[in-house]
Design a protein around this ligand. Structure first.
Ligand code: NDP
Ligand code: 8X3
Length: 258
């Protein structure tokens, strides 16, 4: 398949941040996009924006909670023919909740992160893969995180969900060898989106503090990495891309001096 063929791209979490910008940029490149998230009105607004620019058959809105297998099945069954053969699935929907140490963390937050970042991602993948394998055409692009590569205080369950995403990506590659399906994990560092607003339960000041003075990554930076991976020629599989803002690096290991 030539790198410039028009593709059908499904982006989860397209109502905000990385997902919204990724959907927008795929549309700008002439691809069809299915935009999925829970906040339908935001998806409708994105559709309106992109339809106006690129024509009314560019975007299909898929209101969806990725943690619900029933909703995924219903939405997949409702895809119009023009959008029914998904070439690229961007598994982006996800969230972090809280930054407390493990012994103080809210268990409901842990359940929600696992349900969304792990279960939602593997459900979407499992539902999309059979069609891709049958067509011998497809690319799963997961949004992992540096939090899946490096530990940090308060990263506990969130980082562990992203470590799942990393290893799931690699194991998918092992299973899909010979099918022509490609699998990629994108591992961003600090990026300014609604991520921290969600993490801190709507506390805008706390969220702003995370990014103040940092010159963080933008949603556009991540979207470009996703699109670059998708645009490689068919014989090239980008296993992973880890990116951080220039202003971010590793700290030394911590030592508790007695
Ligand atoms: P945002 O909060 O801006 O966007 C998150 C998106 O996920 C929203 O569109 C939200 O839509 C969607 N989402 C959340 N839960 C569900 C659900 N149950 N079903 C469907 N959609 C859902 O954050 P980002 O753009 O930053 O985050 C995108 C991904 O990037 C996440 O997986 C995050 O973990 C990861 N990431 C973020 C980094 C950062 O620093 N920002 C760095 C590394 C990785 P809605 O609420 O409408 O359902
Ligand atoms: C988001 C990046 O460092 O806040 O995945 O966990 S971090």
């Amino acid at each position: 398949q030539a790198a410039n063929t028009i593709k059908t791209v499904m982006v989860t979490g397209a109502s905000s941040g990385f997902g919204l910008e990724t959907a927008r940029r795929f549309a700008q490149k002439g691809h069809r996009v299915i935009v999925a998230a829970r906040r339908k009105e935001r998806l409708e607004a994105l559709k309106q924006e992109l339809d106006q620019e690129f024509g009314k058959d560019t975007v299909f809105v898929m209101p969806l909670d990725v943690t619900s297998e029933e909703q995924i099945d219903a939405m997949m069954a409702a895809l119009p023919e023009a959008f029914s053969e998904v070439d690229v699935l961007v598994n982006n929907a996800g969230l972090a909740l809280g930054l407390e140490p493990a012994h103080e963390a809210n268990l409901d937050d842990w359940h929600r992160m696992v349900d969304t970042n792990i279960k939602g991602l593997y459900l979407m993948t499992r539902k999309m893969l059979p069609g891709m394998v049958e067509r011998r055409r497809g690319h799963i692009i997961n949004i992992g995180s540096i939090a899946g590569n490096y530990a940090y205080p308060g990263g506990n369950a969130y980082g562990a969900t992203k470590a799942f995403v990393k290893q799931f990506t690699r194991n998918l590659r092992a299973d899909l060898l010979g099918t022509q399906i490609r699998v990629t994990n994108i591992e961003p560092g600090l990026a300014e989106t609604e991520f921290s607003l969600v993490r801190f339960n709507g506390d805008q000041n706390k969220a702003d503090d995370v990014y103040k003075g940092t010159d963080p990554l933008t949603a556009g930076d991540i979207a470009e990495a996703v699109i670059w991976a998708a645009e490689q020629p068919q014989h090239v599989n980008i296993n992973s891309i880890e990116l951080m803002p220039t202003s971010q690096a590793w700290a030394a290991l911590a030592i508790d001096k007695i």
